[in-house]
Design a protein around this ligand. Sequence first.
Ligand code: C2E
Ligand code: MG
Ligand code: MG
Ligand code: MG
Length: 287
Amino acid sequence: KEDRTGNGSFRVFEPAMRAKLKQRREMELDLKAALDSEEFELYYQPFVDIVDKRVSGFEALLRWRHPQKGMISPGDFIPLAEEAGVIERLGIWCLETACTEASTWPQSMTISVNLSPMQFKSPTLLADIDRALAKSGLAASRLQIEVTESLFLDESDRVLDILREMRRRGLTVSMDDFGTGYSSLGYLSRFSFNKLKIDQSFVRDLERAENIAIVRAVIGLSKSLKMQVLAEGIETEGQMRRLLAEGCREMQGYFFSTPQPKEELPRVIADITKRWMNDLDVPEASL
Ligand code: C2E
Ligand code: MG
Ligand code: MG
Ligand code: MG
């Protein structure tokens, strides 16, 4: 191949690029077929309310069991699904599957579903949610929606209208990975979220003064704006106790349970309750 860049980089770069693009196109084709061949599965990770000492709900986390490549995590295929134009169908499948599963759980437990910003471009998103609720018989108050700050990158009234409609229906709307996106905080004054989820990157190293300061600020913000707050990525008892002392009562993370298939949920609930919830001292004053 001729070297058009004059420095040799074209020659080396192109075959590698081409291979990558080819792989990508194959994955997109695989994705399109995957829904019909039932290769997707939802795993569920518990939210734990430390004060009430109970599992308050589960987050649905999508998995793709690829026939050749094995289990693929959402970080690797959601962007592709958005590009390939299958995110809308996939999103509807998640909503319906999650609501149907949650309708078999105790009434006190909620189900949280992640929505991609691209799903908000669909004119049928609200109708899709209504249908998932109607089909499953799940009460709207038991469905939580998780969005990320990237939803607010293009300031649109449409997005705010849809979020308000969700709340009007009684859904819980949560801001996921709070503090890691690129948007300003302005959206918090235009829409009142029910819940902020503190990103796991701030929870990971609580020995760092910076992270404690951020966690404290987010908890303070959530209290003054009357939002619930949940800490993600709790992996140790130390982190759990520290967050509790800071005034955060709802938590999620490997310390309680990794995401599990639905068959495992009764065991997950029993384990969490039995393991330590009963003899955990909750300092009332801290909350
Ligand atoms: P997320 O919604 O912030 O979910 C939390 C991620 O952190 C999950 O990764 C979960 O398995 C992982 N995690 C939970 N606890 C811990 C912990 O203690 N330590 C560590 N290191 N990790 C923990 P997962 O399942 O790979 O999902 C990644 C992201 O993919 C999710 O982040 C969410 O943004 C997206 N996603 C997952 N399912 C869906 C879906 O159905 N639809 C859409 N649009 N996005 C989804
Ligand atoms: Mg989430
Ligand atoms: Mg998150
Ligand atoms: Mg995340």
